[in-house]
Design a protein around this ligand. Structure first.
Ligand SMILES: Nc1ncnc2c1ncn2[C@@H]1O[C@H](COP(=O)(O)OP(=O)(O)O)[C@@H](O)[C@H]1O
Ligand SMILES: O=P(O)(O)OC[C@H]1O[C@](O)(COP(=O)(O)O)[C@@H](O)[C@@H]1O
Length: 335
């Protein structure tokens, strides 16, 4: 069972434009679609599409359209009722796949609601193989929320501690990695994840904030997988189990304590990249659950990502829609 946790879910509206986005002009949409989204929610949707057991933990009122969408798609979920509506995120897609996303901040949750959300997760995470903590945090959440939740999951789980994956950005991402609790808190439990899934922008952000590597921009990391692997290796040396760094159309690198690999997929006709990163993470977890070696988990991650990019809106692929045999794996120097 893979449990996903999305503190800030969204109704994803994808607006397809007839041509390039024209700032300051009126443009007519070609089509509009909407789906329940948010990073953990998308991971659960992708796992359900491939027949895996998952549950999405999230806040949301019973009549919220995000929950209605999950019911419609038969995605199992456990929701903490809240009064405020969840957010709507808009993605503008251009022919050729260029995607512009506008993400709302999300509802304000009280401290009591934040605590109740953690309790709901702890309850649902019992016996899970993985817990995926994903996405931005709604306004008012402490930046170190993921590190706190990670420690509490590890403390409460006894022998059956789930592996923990984090996919976030900004302050929550930096705090998840900069956690200094190893051996210094009374319980001595690390708040760092077993797997981190940054994209190039997030890896650059992390490297700059933590002083892990010579500062590189997202564009530089996408163009230079060796540099991306170097930045990811610094994150692994800091105590994170493994880093799956996705590099858009350039594929992805995986760095663990034992090695580093690059995976590339032949070019696809990109339609919408919304949910591509979440699909990559789902592909990795799917292969990991089948006992695949690290390089083959990476292979499935990139196969899932490429398939997601070729599908409209935030549609997530099922494993049979992916082409892992088309993925090329190259071993990289780790240090
Ligand atoms: N334009 C694209 N063409 C082909 N594959 C893509 C494209 N964009 C994304 N992907 C696939 O999706 C994965 C995740 O995309 P990326 O943009 O790095 O993550 P995120 O969606 O988290 O920003 C990539 O590793 C790649 O496999
Ligand atoms: O929580 P954030 O960072 O605002 O991101 C939420 C958005 O990201 C998505 O999960 C898509 O993520 P990816 O494109 O990175 O896979 C959308 O469903 C959602 O609207």
């Amino acid at each position: 069972m893979i449990v996903t946790f999305t503190a800030n879910p969204s109704l994803d509206r994808t607006v397809a434009l007839p041509g390039p986005l024209e700032r300051g002009e009126v443009q007519r949409a070609v089509s509009v679609s909407q789906e329940s989204g948010g990073k953990g929610v998308n991971v659960s949707r992708a796992l359900v599409a491939s027949g895996l057991e998952t549950i999405a933990v999230l806040p949301g009122g019973d009549s919220d359209p995000v929950l209605a969408g999950l019911r419609h798609d038969s995605v199992p979920f456990a929701a903490l009722p809240i009064d405020e509506p969840l957010r709507t995120n808009v993605a503008l897609t251009e022919p050729g796949g260029v995607t512009t996303k506008i993400n709302e901040p999300g509802p304000v949750l009280s401290e009591e609601e934040q605590e109740a959300l953690i309790s709901l997760l702890l309850e649902r995470a019992r016996g899970a193989s993985w817990v995926v903590l994903a996405g931005s945090l709604p306004p008012g959440f402490p930046a170190d929320f993921y590190a706190t939740v990670t420690r509490r999951l590890r403390n409460g789980a006894g022998d059956g501690t789930p592996l923990i994956a984090v996919d976030s950005s900004g302050g929550p991402l930096v705090a998840a990695v900069a956690d200094t609790s190893d051996g210094t808190t009374p319980d001595g439990t690390s708040g760092k994840p077993d797997l981190l899934k940054p994209n190039a922008e997030e890896l650059a952000e992390l490297a700059a904030a933590a002083g892990f590597a010579t500062a590189s921009t997202a564009e530089e990391l996408e163009a230079d997988p060796e540099a991306a692997a170097e930045a990811a290796a610094a994150v692994v040396r800091s105590g994170v189990g493994a880093v799956l760094a996705t590099l858009g159309s350039k594929g992805a690198v995986l760095v663990t304590a034992d090695g580093a690999w690059l995976a590339t997929h032949p070019p696809v006709a990109a339609v919408s990249t919304v949910g591509a990163g979440d699909s990559s993470l789902a592909g990795y977890l799917l292969a990991h659950g089948q006992g695949a070696a690290p390089a083959d988990c990476l292979r499935q991650a990139v196969a899932h990502g490429a398939a997601a990019a070729s599908l409209p809106g935030s549609t997530v692929p099922a494993v049979h829609q992916t082409t892992p045999d088309a993925v090329t794996i190259t071993a990289l120097r780790k240090d």
